[in-house]
Design a protein around this ligand. Structure first.
Ligand code: NAP
Length: 277
């Protein structure tokens, strides 16, 4: 699995595993655990979760999946904006750690911007860093203006990542946010890289897929991963799809592939509002 070096020197897999919608149906739990374990076995050892997902139950699924192998996993979780005051951030993180049955998170993100001033959230992240409860912090769903505001807050310069929606058919950030983050070595974590399962099976995607003996979903992922500092976190609760998704990290799209895809999914020519799911 190709690795991405974060600005703090940590290396993480370019393709990780999403967990939104996991933990919502107890009958699916064993398969969800198996899906995450399949991904980890294949080198996708970055797991993205959040206190929001299944109201904490996704974190419990993750705990079951990483049991006995916590040290080989890069664990990411997120604090809800309404909890993101200084004390609230610490409390939310401690609750996540409890559900995840671990003593630290590798990366803790502000899920999106709410009413709490950024400086408060940053102070909470700082307290958690000092206590060794998180190893790094970042943000999610911040557009360029908001990210600039966030980075102006004292000590926010250590921000490791901005997690935003990014896929072939939602590529507005190609205009400004993505190059801006990559220039500053802020990792771009692409969520919904498979458009939440609505993979557009157009003739062009199918043709590119055939050239690589791949599936359209794999081409969607390979397209997101064409940048060196972009991390994709597709979610699947099915082990066979996780295998398919992980293999996409080995596909290198040619200039011809990219040109054809650009014709069908044109790059933005002006700033776009940030897509959010
Ligand atoms: P996604 O990864 O783009 O798509 C997931 C959907 O695609 C699921 O319905 C899945 O179904 C299906 N799928 C997976 N692999 C497939 C394949 N090879 N072929 C066809 N369909 C496939 O969307 P997402 O789950 O919304 O986003 C990924 C992760 O990003 C989330 O799980 C979450 O961790 C994170 N996220 C973060 C935010 C944020 O605000 N920061 C927002 C959204 C998501 P099965 O499970 O049945 O395979």
């Amino acid at each position: 699995m190709r690795q991405v070096a974060l600005r703090n020197g940590t290396r993480v897999p370019a393709l990780g595993l999403g967990t939104w919608k996991m933990g919502e149906d107890v009958r699916q739990r064993a398969q969800e655990v198996r899906a995450l374990q399949t991904g980890m076995d294949l080198g996708a050892t970055l797991i993205d979760t959040a206190e929001m997902y299944g109201s904490g139950r996704a974190e419990e699924v993750v705990a079951a999946a990483v049991k006995g192998r916590r040290d080989s996993v890069y664990l990411v979780s997120k604090v809800l904006p309404q909890n993101a005051s200084r004390a609230g951030t610490v409390k939310a993180c401690e609750a996540s750690l409890k559900r995840l049955k671990t003593d630290r998170l590798d990366l803790y993100l502000l899920h999106w911007r709410g009413q709490v001033p950024f400086a408060e959230t940053m102070a909470g992240f700082d307290d958690l860093m000092q206590a060794g409860k998180i190893r790094g912090f970042g943000v999610s769903n911040l557009d360029l203006k908001e990210l600039t505001e966030w980075l102006a807050v004292s000590r926010a310069d250590k921000t490791l990542a901005n997690q935003v929606q990014y896929s072939l058919d939602q590529r507005g950030i190609d205009f400004d946010l993505l190059p801006w983050c990559l220039d500053r070595r802020i990792a771009l974590m692409a969520y919904c890289p498979l458009s939440q399962g609505r993979v557009p099976e157009t003739p062009v995607i199918k043709r590119v897929a055939e050239r690589h003996r791949a599936t359209p979903a794999q081409i969607m992922l390979a397209w997101v991963l064409r940048h060196e500092h972009v991390i994709a976190i597709p979610k699947s609760s099915r082990p066979e799809r996780v295998r398919e998704n992980v293999k996409a990290a080995d596909i290198v799209l040619s200039a011809e592939d990219l040109m054809e895809l650009d014709r069908e999914f044109p790059p933005p020519r002006k700033p776009q509002p940030l897509a959010m799911s």
